[in-house]
Write a protein that binds this ligand. Structure first.
Ligand code: HMG
Ligand code: MG
Length: 286
């Protein structure tokens, strides 16, 4: 099993999308530029979604066009449909991501359609991305619990993961959207998904609402996962998951990996400096 763990930086997207007061475009660009110097391979820099749904991400094009492109970094963005994909491509986004859910309630609230309809809606986006040679990642929200429907069945997560993989996602990121997964529910979910897809196609995306994200990452590592999404300074949440906190903090995941003997390629001193800047963006707004 590989000793390298990829930490996929989410701060500029998952981190900032939940801020109620608009973070200036120049600050978003500065955040991405600082992150680009830390050793990340992947940074989710923006979200090409409807500005009526998530006003904070309305400047996705300006952010993507304004950032410094470090040659070693892949800059990614969320794209829920062809409209978002087209704008992302125009702004030279390296990789895009679709986002579905394993619960019907969250799917409706977040992207305004059922699970099965979401898969249908993603199809034309995959056709275009495939033709353009742009990789597509897939997120599944509510992998163990949904703020609207309660507990999620592991079999549904496995079914959605397989559908997204079959559509062409190169990797499925498993989202504990409200940070409610326990070691027991996470293990049941991972076992169900791993029966469909090998660990090399999976990533963990754990919000830290109840402080269990690091424990859940350790469980996932033991199951063979080597990609974890994290947000600098622990920024974030989801506008359609009331009360949910940010992704687990990048610097906490990096230090856990160092303690466990995994390489991440990240510079801890630089990470801590960016975490301070990231938190200043939040506290300056609230
Ligand atoms: P809809 O209203 O059903 O879409 O929203 P529509 O196709 O009927 O379009 C309605 C309007 O939106 C139209 O404008 C479209 O042009 C526009 P109007 O004619 O009314 O002026 N529109 C767009 N504008 C810009 N970019 C676009 C776009 N698409 C349509 N891409 C839609 C459906 C999916 C668009 C909407 O529900 C949406 O944008 N949802 C995004 C919600 C979101 O961003 N949530 C947070 C990210 S997900 C997350 O955080 C979870 C994750 O982190 C994993 C985890 O933690 O679990 C990934
Ligand atoms: Mg998230």
């Amino acid at each position: 099993m590989s000793d390298f763990v990829t930490i996929f930086e989410m701060g500029p997207r998952d981190g900032l999308q939940n801020e109620t007061i608009f973070v200036e475009t120049t600050d978003k660009i500065r955040l991405v530029d600082m992150l680009s110097d830390c050793g990340f391979r992947k940074i989710e820099a923006a979200s090409f979604v409807s500005p009526k749904w998530v006003p904070q991400m309305a400047d996705a094009t300006e952010v993507m066009e304004g950032i410094y492109r470090h040659p070693a970094v892949i800059y990614t963005a969320l794209t829920p449909n062809v409209k978002g994909y087209t704008a992302a491509k125009r702004a030279s986004t390296d990789e895009v991501a679709v986002f579905g859910s394993a619960s019907e309630g969250f799917c409706q609230k977040n992207i305004n359609c059922s699970i099965d309809d979401s898969i249908e809606r993603f199809k034309p986006l995959f056709d275009k991305a495939h033709n353009d040679g742009i990789p597509v990642r897939g997120y599944i929200s509510c992998i163990t619990d949904c703020p609207y429907d309660g507990p999620t069945s592991p079999e549904t997560v496995a079914r959605v993961a397989k559908m997204l993989f079959d559509l062409g996602c190169y990797e499925i990121s498993l989202g504990d959207t409200i940070g409610a997964a326990t070691p027991e529910t996470l293990t049941l979910m991972l076992d169900a998904v791993l029966a469909e897809l090998p660990a090399k196609y999976l990533a963990g995306h754990y919000h830290d609402t109840k402080g269990r994200a690091l424990e859940n990452i350790e469980i996932s590592l033991d199951k063979g996962l080597r990609v974890f999404d994290a947000s600098i300074g622990g920024l974030g949440g989801c506008p359609y998951a009331p009360g949910a906190k940010g992704n687990v903090a990048t610097e906490a995941v990096a230090s856990l990996m160092a303690r466990k003997g995994y390489e991440t390629g990240l510079d801890m001193d630089k990470l801590l400096a960016v975490a301070e800047f990231a938190r200043s963006l939040r506290s300056a707004q609230t």
